[in-house]
Design a protein around this ligand. Structure first.
Ligand code: ADP
Ligand code: ZN
Ligand code: ZN
Length: 719
């Protein structure tokens, strides 16, 4: 095709493509097309020597292109005609995310589309679409939906508020207060009332999606058909993801369940977004465009006129601070469900064990061990929670200074006894444990500290003489030894292993479960009546100002695993082993008093000028040496003071000095960062936008030659 300038059949179209991160080619590129193409249309275009997927964008955003030479423009290769153009609001969401998180719109847009759409040719996509258009399976006949439960008084009140208000909500509900039932009934009301409407339900972890999907399918497949509920997360195969994405895009999927990536799903009739466990750090993407899916969900809801419900027993302090119990100008309307469902289903009793008064070096305090034994005798289960996997965090020589440092990182390698390896949790470098000290040859090298693997071993030893109570069933014979199981990232490396391990716990075959935060989250363990946190003190003294917030929510969530069965929760308990029994965090936890904890934290944050009373961004740099990494940051800081001093709001910006990151070296790469802070989000955004061009220029300078990467992290979660 040889298009002629001004020829009536030739049109200029702007197309967004994925250009390499940080290349200045952020703006859409201009192509020729035989027909006019609506913004949002998916196309394939030549880019360099490749052909790639692109999204037709607004012409006005192509930086003007005053001297476009039509003779040099290339033509679009193909239009994906079977897929309706992406809606305006979807493009607005992408544009906002790109500008807010300081990335190229093309990167954000293309990352938001399913991988297969990017990789398949136009013809292959057509074939997928044909396959998909085969008749969908209808609602399961004669299989009535399990009746929606009669709601508790608290649930009814919340439903009423959701019906009568628009906008954004924080659903502050205790674990087991029936939040999920609220999600289900809100979705049901919406989908029944509006035959086109769609709902998006987000959860923090892939592991939680099967359970949730089962619950939604059971409720909604009989009403709206099996194809009405789809999932979207990175654990799915690419064909599955494409299928779900297409179903959401054409509206046939009424309900999308997914992890953070689902916030970008194309859902033309989206009317309700739920962000469950909204405080969870995994809603923040930690690479590429470092977006917060929770914050984007709130923005997106506004774009599409949808309601958004942020659910949690321990809302993030940001969400809490901006929510009000009455619709009087707070950003969110706060809905409260303090009680657990069921007459006797009280929250577990929290008991603190003062480790200062326990035998020195005790890992499990004797009274806790007795409590565990009592639960075993009663046929109940215990969850022992330790947020550190592996056997021991470090291996040490008894004769010299040697420790199991990682040669590539400024961190120790963790001892994993199960395969006798030393593994670095930062770079992945693994080696067999040496027979003797590599420095002095001493044979006496010993583990220091404790991870879940060692705790499991220790508990099995402590409980070696204990026998399970008898039962009629063969798999639980009288006098069998106690079963101590472990669930963490190591024990669940193989696909399907988490599900089978959870099934074991549910079946009652496990007496004591040792686990990391992985088991503290979400799972509905009916027989666990005792939860113990063996060593939570570290977070009290962390340099990360968010550590107490995270600890509190983790412990509340872990406590929420206990006593979920109303019939036995009368006696459920959570034990905290601590050297700081009087710490206000534990005092608040004992009373299950999140508002008191939040109030105290917010006072501290306000006094220190920390979020949510200020807004932060990090500039990160990586290089082979700290000098180069910090040099880039220092140059960036100097350039800001020199060139941006006249910028409106610059006086509201604080640029902190460049410092090494906490784990300064990972995989032989030196890492440094610089904090930028402002009491005004608008000022911070304005500054970052103006700074961006300068950063590119500094990157090109001679001094930055050794720089490997740089990135801006807006609203960072870990400083
Ligand atoms: P959350 O999401 O707040 O932890 P769930 O929605 O999972 O709580 O509810 C906890 C348990 O209570 C579940 O087993 C659920 O089926 C049950 N449940 C929720 N609402 C009701 C209700 N109105 N009547 C009876 N049982 C309920
Ligand atoms: Zn040694
Ligand atoms: Zn390493």
């Amino acid at each position: 095709m040889s298009p002629k300038w001004g020829s009536p059949v030739t049109h200029l179209v702007a197309v967004l493509v994925h250009t390499p991160a940080h290349s200045q080619l952020g703006a859409p590129l201009t192509y020729l097309s035989a027909q006019p193409l609506a913004p949002g249309t998916l196309v394939r275009v030549p880019l360099g020597r490749r052909e790639t997927l692109g999204v037709v964008w607004d012409r006005s955003e192509t930086n003007g292109d005053p001297a476009l030479d039509p003779a040099r423009l290339k033509a679009i290769s193909a239009v994906l005609t079977g897929i309706a153009p992406l809606a305006d609001h979807w493009r607005q969401l992408v544009a906002f995310a790109a500008s807010y998180y300081q990335r190229a719109p093309g990167e954000v847009a293309l990352a938001a589309l399913p991988p297969q759409l990017r990789d398949l040719s136009e013809r292959q996509v057509q074939r997928r679409l044909q396959r998909k258009s085969q008749p969908a399976s209808a609602a399961a006949p004669g299989d009535p939906s399990p009746a929606a439960m009669a709601l508790s008084a608290e649930q009814q009140q919340v439903m009423e508020q959701l019906r009568t208000h628009d906008g954004s909500f924080v659903l502050f509900g205790a674990t087991g207060s029936g939040k999920t039932e609220i999600y289900l009934q809100s979705v049901q009301e919406l989908l029944t009332r509006d035959p086109a409407a769609q709902a998006l339900i987000m959860v923090p972890e892939i592991n939680l999606t099967p359970q949730l999907q089962a619950r939604f399918l059971q409720r909604f497949a009989p009403l709206f058909g099996f194809d009405a509920v789809v999932s979207l997360h990175s654990g799915m195969t690419n064909p599955q993801r494409l299928k779900s994405w297409l179903a959401a895009h054409d509206g046939s999927a009424r309900i999308v369940l997914g992890t953070r990536m689902a916030v970008f799903a194309s859902m033309p009739a989206l009317k309700l977004i739920v962000v469950d466990e909204e405080h969870d750090p995994s809603y923040k993407q930690q690479e590429g465009a470092r977006y917060s899916a929770r914050d984007l969900a709130v923005y997106r809801a506004r774009l599409q006129g949808a309601r958004v419900v942020l659910g949690s027993a321990t809302p993030s302090l940001e969400s809490w601070h901006h929510s009000r119990p009455k619709a009087d100008g707070g950003r969110y309307l706060r809905l409260h469900m303090p009680s657990r469902i069921g007459e006797q289903a009280r929250l577990p009793l929290v008991r603190r064990v003062d480790m200062n008064h326990q035998p020195r070096h005790a890992i499990i305090a004797p009274p806790l061990l007795d409590a565990i034994k009592q639960r075993i005798a009663a046929g109940e289960q215990t969850l022992v929670f330790l947020n550190r996997r592996g056997y021991a965090p470090v291996l040490q020589c008894g004769a010299c200074e040697w420790k199991s440092a990682c040669p590539h990182c400024s961190a120790f390698r963790v001892f994993h006894k199960i395969d006798r390896s030393l593994r670095c949790h930062h770079c992945g470098f693994a080696e067999p444990v040496p027979r003797a000290c590599p420095e002095c040859g001493n044979l006496d090298i010993a583990p220091v500290g404790r991870g879940t693997e060692r705790l499991q071993e220790h508990l099995a030893q402590l409980l070696a003489d204990v026998r399970r109570p008898g039962s009629q069933t063969t798999d639980n014979p009288q006098g069998a030894p106690v079963h101590v199981a472990r669930i963490d990232a190591d024990s669940t490396r193989h696909s399907g292993s988490l599900q089978s391990q959870l099934a074991q716990v549910h079946s009652g075959a496990v007496d004591v479960l040792v686990g990391t935060q992985m088991v503290a989250k979400g799972h509905d363990f009916r027989r666990i009546t005792l939860v113990a946190a063996v060593n939570p003190d570290n977070a009290l003294f962390s340099s990360d100002f968010r550590a107490p917030e995270r600890l509190f929510s983790l412990l509340m969530q872990a406590a929420g695993r206990a006593g979920r069965d109303a019939a036995i929760s009368g006696q459920s308990e959570m034990w905290i082993q601590t050297h700081q029994p009087k710490h206000p965090l534990f005092e608040a936890l004992k009373r299950h008093d999140y508002p008191a904890f939040a109030a105290q934290q917010l006072l501290d944050r306000e006094a220190a000028g920390l979020p949510p009373f200020s807004y932060q961004a990090l500039l990160r740099a990586e290089a082979r040496t700290q000098e180069v990494a910090q040099g880039f940051l220092a140059a960036a800081s100097n350039a800001a003071s020199a060139d941006l001093a006249q910028l409106p709001g610059f006086d509201l910006i604080t640029l902190y000095p460049a410092v090494p990151m906490v784990v300064q070296r990972v995989a032989n790469v030196e890492r440094a960062q610089m904090l930028i802070e402002s009491p005004s989000r608008v000022a911070l955004q304005g500054f970052l936008a103006a700074w961006h061009g300068l950063l590119h220029t500094i990157r090109q300078s001679e001094a930055s030659r050794g720089l490997l990467r740089w990135a801006v992290d807006v609203d960072p979660l870990a400083i």
